[in-house]
Design a protein around this ligand. Structure first.
Ligand code: XUL
Ligand code: CO
Length: 434
């Protein structure tokens, strides 16, 4: 045991009336929700990058956190960081965690040394997992921080960068597989452009499609059973990113024949940056059977950049889980807290409290979503609204043509009578549960 979290005991469920800030008031892992344990519904994961790798920088200021594993440039301190990470997983009783290669090992500046240190640290992490309940939800490659990626990874104009990216993803897929990871994620922060003046968009998209096809082939080759997930985000760090939103990703996957092989990892903050709501992104993905996993966080509604805050808005979270539950819940996916502290929140206790609050909000949202589903009010209103489409005449119209339909309108003097959409009534209904 290190002394980093000294004085902080494992977090317990104390129920909604508890006033203890270091206790769960809603997250009760064994509580049954719609016939399944809460822990098995939510499948929480801690994100290594925000909790352990990020040092508190923002565009105007440097490091604010001073941690015992800083500076993050040696394997010795990478191991200390892993020790402390697993202490936090135990305190939170976290079922999963997620990493990028660059979070767990120091950057070495060349592929061979990056590979050696990644293998060494993931062996070390693997040993820790033997005695921990915390499993790997997903691994991924950080192909956006180092300067080699500045013009893209798989979409880079330089084929050598494409090669470095392929080698890097292979190493991260191997490590994810070795640790029993349940998914492998690709987020393309530099797969996009700063200006169209220097960008051949069509070549770049073809390269990205081909790269992803190689990832899928490699998954099958090594017998990795987890899902391959891409993560939409419209911009930041690039001015425009090709994986703009769920709908764009789905179109891209279809174009390259990957729609049955790759699913989506959707993030609340990315939805907001794309001008959508989180439930919109989830509904788009579930409509196509392509929801894989979620990155849970919250974006500031004024800032216009990716603030990655811990979630704290029950109504929003409830609607997200409503759509997830309606689609049958997670399979290999889960709820990864892609969320970081504010840079003034210096204390180890802040790190724990942030996760406790986030887990509680999600549990509360899940319970509200389940209650709405069990009550059936929204589903009933939806069926009633589309009920006329169940009539044979309406169905046969879908196999008809414009001429025949026009004749029908004339013959039957069809003149639609507008009906209320009942939005406020439905909003009031939702408010009863949240
Ligand atoms: C960036 C982001 C990433 C991905 C993994 O906005 O969300 O952390 O989740 O690369
Ligand atoms: Co994310």
């Amino acid at each position: 045991m290190t002394s980093f979290f000294e004085g902080i005991a494992p977090i317990q469920y104390e129920g909604p009336d508890s006033t203890n800030p270091m206790a769960f008031r809603h997250y009760n892992p064994d509580e049954m929700v719609m016939g399944k344990r809460m822990e098995d519904h939510l499948r929480f994961a801690v994100a290594y990058w925000h909790s352990f790798a990020w040092e508190g920088q923002d565009p105007f200021g440097g490091q604010t956190f001073e941690r015992p594993w800083h500076p993050q440039d040696s394997m010795e301190r990478a191991k200390l960081k892993a020790d402390i990470a697993f202490e936090m997983f135990d305190i939170l009783n976290a079922p999963f965690f997620c990493w990028h290669d660059a979070d767990v090992r120091p950057e070495q500046g060349n592929f061979a040394d990056n590979l050696a240190t990644l293998n060494e640290i993931t062996d070390y992490i693997g040993d820790k997992m033997q005695t921990s309940k915390t499993k790997l939800l997903w691994g991924t490659a950080n192909m956006f921080s180092h300067r080699r990626w500045m013009s893209g990874a798989s979409t880079n104009p330089d084929p050598d960068v494409f090669a470095f990216a392929a080698a890097t993803v292979k190493s991260c897929m191997d490590a994810t597989h070795k640790l029993g990871g349940q998914n492998y994620v690709l987020w393309g922060g530099r797969e996009g452009y700063e200006t169209l003046l220097n960008t051949d968009l069509s070549v770049e998209l073809d390269h990205m499609g081909r790269f992803l096809a190689m990832v899928v082939d490699y998954k099958h080759k090594i017998g990795f059973k987890g899902a391959i997930l891409v993560e939409p985000k419209p911009q930041e760090p690039s001015k425009h990113q090709y994986d703009y939103d769920a709908a764009t990703c789905i179109g891209f996957l279809r174009k390259y024949g990957l729609e049955n092989e790759v699913k989506l990892n959707l993030e609340q903050g990315h939805a907001i940056l794309a001008g959508h709501s989180f439930e919109h992104e989830i509904a788009v993905a579930t409509a196509e059977g392509m929801l894989g996993s979620i990155d849970m966080n919250r974006n500031d509604y004024q800032s216009g950049w990716d603030t990655d805050q811990f979630p704290n808005n029950t109504p929003e979270v409830a609607l997200a889980y409503y759509h997830i539950l309606k689609a049958g819940g997670f399979d290999t996916g889960g709820t990864n807290f892609d969320a970081k502290l504010r840079r003034q929140s210096l204390d180890p206790k802040d790190l724990i409290a942030a996760h406790v609050g986030g887990m509680d909000i999600c549990a509360r949202g899940l319970k509200a979503a389940a209650a709405m589903i069990e009550d059936g009010g929204l589903e009933g209103a939806l069926s009633a609204r589309y009920a006329d489409w169940q009539k044979p005449d309406a169905q046969s119209m879908l196999n008809s043509d414009l001429g025949a339909i026009a004749q029908k309108v004339l013959d039957q003097e069809i003149n639609p009578d507008p009906k209320s959409g009942r939005q406020e009534i439905l909003e009031n209904y939702v408010n009863r549960f949240v």
